[in-house]
Design a protein around this ligand. Sequence first.
Ligand SMILES: [Zn+2]
Length: 495
Amino acid sequence: MGIKITRNTKETVRLNYEGTIENIKGKLEIWKIRKMSLMGKIMILKTMALSTIIYLLTNLPSPENTYIKELENIIYNFIWPSNNERIARKTLIGPIDLGGIKMPDISTLNETLKIGWIIRMYKNEGNWSNCLLSYIPSPNNIELRDYFLRSNLNAKHLSLFLKTKCSILWKEPLYLWFDYNYKQMVQIIDTQEILKQSLFFNSNILIQQKPVYYLKWYKAGLRTIGDLLTDENEYKNIFVLEKEYRINIDFLTYMGIYSAIPKQWKEILKRYKPNKDSIKYKHHLDELISKDKCTKIIYCCRILRIVKTPIQRLLKWEEELETGIDTDEWLDSFKIIYKCTQAIKIRNFDYRFRIRDILTNSKLYKMGLSDTEECYMCGERETILHLYWDCKYNKRLWERLKNIISNAKLATPGKIECLLSLYDTENNTNNIKHFLCTLTKKYIHDSKCNKRKTSVYGLLNYFKTIKDLEEKTSSREGIKKYRKIKRLWHNIKIV
Ligand SMILES: [Zn+2]
């Protein structure tokens, strides 16, 4: 993987992105021919297509937005070839416990990798320190750089302090870093954190609506809110400060800073005296530098700004089941299938069922894709609830499943548990119950797709096949995985 360099930055960016996007498009066209599940496609995207773009996003300035848009269109066209995006993009990109499946989001990925530049600088993975230093306020020294990057500056105030000729190459990572790092006053409630707040470059400490920087104070060592206070959190008076820091302090400047410190913070400091035992406050940046997977942390945090949970689908379930369901509990239960199996097809089905991405005859009829609303087995109206629960042919399956579960000395699940798997994810004995419920629904689903009547015998066979398959696959992945599968199916007798 090489980057083509030209004399002009813009031209370099254009040249490299255009080639790579074409290349990705070509690769995905080939994969498109295969029939794959949603999750299978996302895996292909991550492993086959995105590595080249990640390389560019890491090493080049951001491309124009049109390139990112084009890439997103290619990707989503691969995911939904018929262009009917049945699940919102903002939902798909979410973490599992917010109802998503971690579909990569290119813009967020780009922002994250750019923020990563700042972290990499600290890990000495690039000789950029000097470049950055030349753009931030004088005096140009490492100590000030560290203070500046840890200050609580809102990105919108960044331009007040950057040299005007700051290169685009650095402006972007800096802007994104401050955008990521900035914390509003109301979110800062810990005494230690308040004491460590910088007096300068702080968008919560405004004088005439702007953050300030007093070089003289900074040089003398007067830099944080904590520096203005005694050990008892009392404000030092101006004479004490002058003596301690050996500078002349102008009364109006002192009053200006004092009154700019937010009232809420003053009140917290008054109420809570510092506790020596309290955990030492660690700045966000230091946390990131100390961790190996810092880009992952940044990405996960940043994606939350745009994620939308599939709450509309839950409302549909509530309406159909005529009961209220706790949203957090519902979303949390999305995690459970990942504890039961690694099989992508089963995980994929579990997800699609949870968010009702399931086609029944009543739905197909509405869409004009079926000439009947009737259940393919019994003739009643085929809704999700009918097919997966009420249909007399499938009721027998659930009865048998309950027998199997109660024979394993586990509490038998009710309707909502069977359908939605609203299990406590902390309790591992629920895993097998959930897995069997999902398999039952998948068996119903597969039978319907093949227009085959369901039967208890067929279900039991399906359970056995999956169990054997899971054991076989896990045995290839080592004893630990194999034991896990054995433990999961322990006590379950498929008869
Ligand atoms: Zn039926």
